[in-house]
Design a protein around this ligand. Structure first.
Ligand code: AMP
Ligand code: ZN
Length: 112
C-alpha cells in the first residue's frame, strides 16, 4: 500500500475513470473538472513533480507529453491546454507528477 493518491490509482487500489493505460502511463478524468474535458496524465513511476520527473528521467517526461497529445486527440480535442502545477504555491495538491489536459471550451487567457 502507498500513501500517494496517484500511485494508488495507478495500482488500481483507488478507482478512477481511466481513459488510457500503458505500461508507463495512466490517464484518467479529473474528479473536479475545470473544463468539459479535464484529464490527468501520470507516469506510473512515482516522482513528486514534473520538475523532479524531468531531472530524474527525461525520456519518461518526454513520453508523458506524447501521451497527453494522444489523450487529447482521443477526447476529440485539437486545441487544449497542458498544465503542470509545480509546487504548492503554484497550486500543486497531489505530489505525484501529472499533466492536466484541459479543453472543450474557450481557454483564451487572460480573459478579454
Ligand atoms: P494539482 O492541484 O495540480 O496537484 O492537481 C490535482 C488534481 O487531482 C486536481 O485537479 C483534483 O481535482 C484531482 N484529483 C484529486 N483527487 C482525485 C481523484 N481521486 N480522482 C481524480 N482526480 C483527482
Ligand atoms: Zn505516487
Amino acid at each position: 500500500m502507498t500513501d500517494c493518491l496517484f500511485c494508488s490509482i495507478s495500482a488500481g487500489d483507488i478507482p478512477a475513470d481511466i481513459v488510457l493505460r500503458t505500461p508507463d502511463y495512466v490517464a484518467f478524468h479529473d474528479i473536479n473538472p475545470q473544463a468539459p474535458v479535464h484529464i490527468l496524465v501520470i507516469p506510473v513511476e512515482h516522482h513528486q513533480s514534473i520538475a523532479a520527473l524531468g531531472a530524474a528521467n527525461p525520456e519518461l517526461a518526454g513520453g508523458l507529453v506524447a501521451v497527453t497529445e494522444q489523450v487529447a486527440r482521443e477526447a476529440g480535442l485539437t486545441d487544449y491546454r497542458l498544465v503542470f502545477n509545480t509546487g504548492a504555491d503554484a497550486g500543486q495538491s497531489v505530489f505525484h507528477a501529472h499533466g492536466h489536459v484541459l479543453g472543450g471550451r474557450d481557454l483564451n487567457w487572460p480573459p478579454g
